[in-house]
Every structure is written in C-alpha cells, then in structure tokens.
Design a protein around this ligand. Structure first.
Ligand code: NAD
Ligand code: ZN
Ligand code: ZN
Length: 364
C-alpha cells in the first residue's frame, strides 16, 4: 500500500514529504495507521554527526500513536482496531531483555537504530523503486502507515486522545522513568534536573508524583524555567557551569540526593556531580559526544553516575501507567505539546530547535 511520509534524504537536508510504498506486515510485525507522532531530539541527532554517519534516506519518528490496521500471524497482544502507542524495539532474548530492562537491550542498535529490520531489509520503497530506511526504534512513525516491530507496540485505553499519547513512547517515558524507575526518587528527596525540555519537564512532573520536596531546575531559557516552576520546580537556576556546584549546594542545603542531566553537556554534568551530596546519584540521559572527566575524589565519597536509557521503562506497563496518571490529572505532559500537520515537519523542527516549542507532535 501507499503512504505519505516525512523522509530525510541527507543529514542536513530538510525533511521532504513523499509518497512511499510500504510492505505488508511480516509474521512478527504490526501495520499501524498513525494518528500522531512526537518529534524527539534523537530524531534530529543525525544533524549533529559528521555526514559519514548518515544511514541513507530514512523515515524517522519514534513516538508514534495510532490504530492497528493489520497484524502478522505471530502477533497476539494486539488486533486490528486497537489503539496503540509505539516505543523502542528490543530483541527480547538477551540478558537485559529477560530481566525487564529492554531499553538496555544488548542488541538495541540492530533493533532500533539500524535503518531497517534486524535482517537489513527496509519496509519502504520510494517512487523510483529505491528502498527507504524503516524501523527506526522499530517504528519509523513519521509515516501515515508503517510496519512496526511487534515489541514496539503497546496497547492503550481507547478512551484516551491519541493525538496526545505519542510522546509517551520516548521523551516523556524517559524523563518520568529516570525519576520513578532508574533513580527511584522518593518522598522528601532533593533533585536537580539539568535541561528543562521534554525530558527534564517530564522528570519534574514525575518528581512531584514521587513526593520530592526540593526540585532544582537548570536551563538557559527563561520561558522553560517558568514552565519548570509551573510543573513543580522549587528553585530555578540559569548560571554558568562553573557556578553550578555552589548554586546547587546553596539551593539544597549542602548537596542534592539526585541529579538528572538532559543537556548532554559535560560541563553542566560536572557541575551537577559536584552538587550531589556524598551519597547522591546522577542519571545521564542527555546525549553528549566526547569525554566526561570527573576527578577521583569526587566519586570516592560515595557518589554514583548512572547512564539512563528510556527511563528503564518496560513500555508495555509503564506507558499505560503514565497515560492513566495523565488522565487522572496528575501528570500533565500533554501541556508540553504543540501540534503541526505532517506537511509542516520542517516548521516543527525549527520550533523545537529555537526552544519555542517543547514537544512538537505531527498529525496525520
Ligand atoms: N537516554 C535516552 O534514552 C534519551 C531518550 C530521549 C532523548 N534523549 C536525549 O536527551 C536530550 C534531551 O532531550 P529533550 O527532548 O528533552 O531535548 P530539549 O532540547 O527539549 O531539552 C534540552 C534542554 O536542555 C537545555 N540545555 C542544553 N544545554 C544547556 C546548557 N549548557 N545549560 C543549560 N541548559 C541547557 C536546553 O535549553 C533545553 O531546554 C537529547 O540529547 C536527546 O537526544 C535521550
Ligand atoms: Zn535484548
Ligand atoms: Zn527519543
């Protein structure tokens, strides 16, 4: 069948809206009609890399929400007509997958970031008969119709509004999961959140759910810090990285129990590590490149540094949990969303890059 899709043909090109042919679902795949798809910073990461890292023409998108059109013969957890949110794909058989840590799947790159199916084939074909990359995070949801890995597909309550739910598939799940799963922030804890974007603001909302009492938000955009306050931050900081440690110690009465970085900036991370108390833990989700240098004595006090993938979520249970929290009025992540018709995908990217929009969502 044919589908409209936003295709990236070069690492620094604009997205082009094209009509592609999409394969029938294989036995372990699900054909989904997308209603909406969130845009996450990771969709754009190819822009930050040297051209040789570009995977070739590709349909990105990894925060899809839609309706199941057809399922392969091995798929039993969803049926046509089900409302679904799409998340990352994982192998299901490695050690991480079998202990309920699929986001850390040892074969994550093959299943979520190889530009096609794990066997190397691609599900889209363009007007010239050339293959176009699919299965980004198992889903490539910047397409009205996409064949997705069964393990990416999470069934949700059909009474919820699908135009809001896509970001639960990555950004919101990562921010909230970092707090509730990875760091396991508790009542009365203090927490620093560096970067008040989609991940950081979701983390702040989750910290409020967890009962954290001292929540410090860091960003360089004043409008984002205002949002951080609205969603639960008790202190906001916009200071240079070398002033961070002192400012955090002052705001937390000597050092924070936890920190969560979404900036991917090594100097910000160093400032936050210095701002932890002796038994504090920092979680790193922001994607940075290059090295992070921390001196020995800072760590030997008992501090911990933890890398975080997708908030250590098991999407099958965590996404419905967050959707219910939202429906009950306790997790207003949908207030971060601004919608764009898919034809305006480049405007959505520009609005995200300028800091004006926290979470663009494309509508099909
Ligand atoms: N680990 C994971 O599983 C995972 C999942 C999703 C996204 N990510 C990554 O997380 C990061 C954040 O994603 P997002 O969607 O929230 O992006 P975003 O752009 O919405 O938010 C990042 C925020 O950090 C702020 N920031 C950046 N550098 C800063 C600095 N030096 N000082 C102060 N503030 C600074 C920006 O102003 C922005 O508000 C990205 O790198 C993304 O690729 C990781
Ligand atoms: Zn695995
Ligand atoms: Zn993402």
């Amino acid at each position: 069948m044919e589908t409209t899709a936003a295709v990236l043909r070069g690492g620094h090109d604009p997205f082009t809206i094209e009509t592609l042919t999409v394969d029938e679902p294989r036995s372990d795949e699900v054909l989904v009609r997308m209603v909406a798809a969130g845009m996450c910073h990771t969709d754009l990461i190819t822009r930050d890399l040297p051209p040789e890292f570009f995977m070739g023409p590709q349909v990105y998108g990894h925060e899809g929400a839609g309706v199941v059109e057809a399922v392969g013969v091995e798929v039993t957890h969803v049926s046509p007509g089900d409302h679904v949110v799409l998340s990352f794909a994982s192998c299901g058989v490695c050690k991480a997958c079998t202990i309920d840590r699929p986001a850390c799947c040892f074969d994550f790159a093959t299943h979520s970031m190889s530009g096609g199916r794990p066997d190397g084939t691609k599900a889209f074909t363009d007007a010239d008969g050339q293959p176009v990359g699919s299965h980004y995070f198992g889903q490539s949801s910047f397409a009205e119709y996409s064949v997705t890995a069964a393990r990416s597909v999470v069934k949700v309550d059909p009474s919820y509004d699908l135009t809001k739910l896509g970001p639960l598939g990555c950004g919101v799940q990562t921010g909230a999961g970092a707090i509730l799963n990875s760091l396991n922030v508790g009542k009365g804890d203090s927490l620093v959140v560096a970067g008040a974007g989609a991940l950081g603001l979701s983390a702040i909302m989750a910290a409020k759910v967890a009962g954290a009492t001292n929540i410090v938000a860091i960003d360089r955009h004043a409008n984002r810090l205002e949002l951080a306050e609205k969603f639960g931050a008790t202190t906001t900081l916009s200071v240079s990285p070398d002033e961070l440690t002192g400012a955090i110690q002052e705001a937390t009465g000597g050092g924070s129990d936890f920190a969560f970085d979404t900036t991917g900036n090594a100097d910000v991370v160093k400032g936050c590590v210095g701002g932890l108390n002796n038994i504090g833990t920092i979680g790193l989700a922001g994607v940075g490149f290059g090295e992070l240098t921390i001196d020995y004595l800072t760590m030997i006090s008992g501090r911990k540094i933890m890398g975080i993938m997708e908030g250590d979520a098991v999407p099958e249970t965590f996404i419905p949990y967050l959707a219910k929290l939202n429906a009950d009025g306790n997790f207003p992540f949908d207030e971060l969303i601004q919608t764009f018709p898919v034809a305006e995908v480049n405007a959505a990217e520009a609005a995200s890059a300028s800091g004006e929009v926290i979470k663009p969502v494309l509508l099909f």
